[in-house]
Design a protein around this ligand. Structure first.
Ligand code: HEC
Length: 125
């Protein structure tokens, strides 16, 4: 996808994601990169590959061993759930294997989620 196509996709998202800063989102993804890939067919590492995660039920990657907490969560990943999850994963879902403190700043989460939506092939309805 070219940068122009990414910006067009971004503009099609609902607020506040349509005005997110993709460069900051990419920088914040640095917090996730040690555990997650986002490219199609990217490897599972400590965490599962995240391509196509939007609109999908949690814990669908057949090759990844999820916690029972995530498997039984009933979550369908959308921007709102991601925002709550990324703020404080271990409080949002006690028993999760994602040992990550969270992204405190709400604007950073917005930018990161917009970046993930663009990079993981999200198609808003
Ligand atoms: C220390 C490693 C680690 C870091 C850092 C980390 N994660 Fe995770 N992540 C995991 C693990 C492990 C799981 C599986 C959790 C479970 O099974 O309870 C997970 C699960 C997820 C899921 C659910 C995937 C699914 O298939 O349902 C999402 C979405 C996610 N992480 C996003 C992120 C984002 C975005 C960041 C950066 C802000 C991040 N993670 C940082 C390890 C990590």
């Amino acid at each position: 996808m070219s940068d122009a196509e990414k910006q067009a996709l971004l503009a099609s998202f609902p607020a506040p994601y349509n005005t997110a800063d993709l460069a900051n989102g990419e920088a914040k993804f640095g917090l996730c990169r040690s555990c997650h890939t986002i490219t199609p067919d990217g490897a599972n590492m400590t965490g599962p590959n995240l391509h196509g995660v939007f609109g999908q039920k949690a814990a669908q990657n057949a090759k990844f061993r999820y916690s029972d907490a995530l498997k039984n969560s009933g979550i369908v990943w959308d921007a709102n759930h991601l925002d709550e999850w990324l703020a404080k994963p271990m409080t949002y879902l006690p028993g999760t294997k994602m040992s990550f403190a969270g992204v405190k700043d709400a604007k950073d989460r917005t930018d990161l989620i917009a970046y993930l939506m663009v990079e993981t092939g999200h198609k808003p309805q």
